[in-house]
Design a protein around this ligand. Structure first.
Ligand SMILES: [Zn+2]
Length: 329
């Protein structure tokens, strides 16, 4: 049994495996421009961010009904359970679906059909985080938040994802203020391909409680000191960083230096169907490539629960932490 962990940086659309893509395409009469799953699997070997995003958005066309979103989430949760995931805070990208003519209810209720039964079916507690696409306009983000109002009992927080450079956090200040007023938790991707200034801006202007990626904080010692002092969690995604060239090889990943600096780091899978591995695959990869000790791995697992939005159930958090402490490697 793998080390128990929480997954805090996971895009549900990024868990679409080739087999399920073909199954959903057949169910919905959507024609994919690939002969079979083998040819599609070849396409998953993209080499840069743009070819990844092209494929990612192309394949979303197979998601049409509540049942499709349910099947997508259910397939992820089943896999995550085998990877030691005990709690998952799952991102979704509503704008990508609304733009295709779906409504918010189809997406949220579909996902919820799987999430609502996740504990009994997979032994995983869940939360849902709605992300805004940062290359879309600020007005579009505000409209999306409005469309989500009837479903806020299902949604714990908001996030910010997609192409980072040229879309600084300040662009989304208004929608983050509106979300805070609605009692939503706040996270944002920052400092993956964008500069360290975006991390400080996300903290100061958007009020984020957790930074997704954030690895470029290492270029700014004062920022590192602040993140340590304020105990701001960072959700790192090592295999994703290699595939999207944020680092050259896994052996070059700054994770050990970040832990040495006292940063509250977690390890996550981002878009696992595309980036070569789920949560435990990432743990195994950093263990092998970076020589992390068992105590470091235990620290990462503890951090994942400490950084999770389980303030509404501290008893559960304590139970998960006890599982990590009792884990025998
Ligand atoms: Zn991400």
């Amino acid at each position: 049994m793998p080390l128990p962990k929480a997954e805090l940086h996971l895009h549900i659309e990024g868990t679409l495996e080739p087999d399920l893509a073909f199954e959903l395409a057949a169910r919905n009469g959507v024609k994919l421009p690939y002969a079979d799953t083998d040819e599609l699997r070849e396409a998953y070997r993209f080499e840069d961010l743009q070819s990844f995003l092209d494929l990612y958005y192309e394949l979303m066309a197979v998601l049409r009904t509540e049942r499709d979103f349910e099947d997508l989430a259910d397939a992820y949760l089943a896999r995550a359970a085998t990877q030691g995931v005990r709690h998952a805070e799952i991102f979704f990208d509503p704008q990508a679906h609304l733009a295709r003519g779906l409504d918010m209810g189809t997406v949220v209720e579909g996902l919820w059909r799987a999430l609502g039964r996740s504990e009994e079916n997979h032994g995983i507690s869940t939360k849902l985080i709605m992300c805004f696409l940062r290359d879309e306009s600020a007005d579009s983000a505000l409209e999306t938040l409005d469309a989500a109002r009837p479903y806020l009992d299902r949604i714990t927080g908001i996030g910010l994802d997609s192409a980072e450079v040229g879309h600084p956090p300040v662009k989304f200040r208004e929608v983050y203020e509106a979300a805070a007023a609605l009692g939503l938790r706040r996270v944002a991707h920052a400092g993956e391909e964008g500069p360290p200034e975006y991390i400080a801006e996300a903290l100061d202007l958007l009020g984020v409680e957790r930074v997704d990626h954030g690895l470029r904080c290492m270029e700014d010692p004062a920022l590192v000191e602040r993140l340590v002092r304020e105990r701001i969690p960072l959700t790192l995604c090592p295999l994703s960083n290699v595939r999207l060239r944020a680092v050259d090889t896994l052996a070059d990943h700054p994770l050990p230096a970040m832990l040495d600096a006292g940063l509250l780091c977690t390890v996550n899978s981002d878009d696992p169907a595309y980036f070569g591995g789920y949560a435990e695959d990432n743990f195994r990869a950093v263990r092998e490539s970076l020589g992390l000790t068992e105590e470091r791995l235990r620290e990462l697992a503890r951090n994942s629960f400490l950084a999770s939005f389980l303030e509404d159930d501290e008893e559960r958090r304590a139970r998960y932490l006890a599982e990590v402490d009792a884990y025998a490697f």
